[in-house]
Design a protein around this ligand. Structure first.
Ligand SMILES: [Zn+2]
Length: 79
């Protein structure tokens, strides 16, 4: 996915929104297939997507912290 900040005046592609688009999302290729989204709709999409998908990075960080705590506890019991 290619994300670009728009410098041109293009309407937001979200239905019912009259704002000007700020960002463009594309899989590359034909310029007509890109999705132009305004800052407001991007925020709403982010909130909505966050309910469906949990970023992998957060899980990894949590499990790494748990591992570190478990390792520390192991070390403490040895001493
Ligand atoms: Zn919008």
């Amino acid at each position: 996915m290619i994300t670009t900040k728009l410098n041109t005046t293009v309407r937001c592609d979200m239905g019912g929104c009259d704002n000007l688009a700020t960002y463009s999302f594309s899989k590359g290729g034909d310029i007509r297939t890109q999705l132009n989204i305004c800052e407001h709709c991007l925020g709403e999409m982010y909130e909505s997507i966050g309910k469906l998908i949990v970023p992998k990075g957060i899980n990894n960080m949590l499990s790494k912290n748990r591992k570190k705590k478990e390792e520390k506890q192991d070390e403490e019991t040895v001493l």
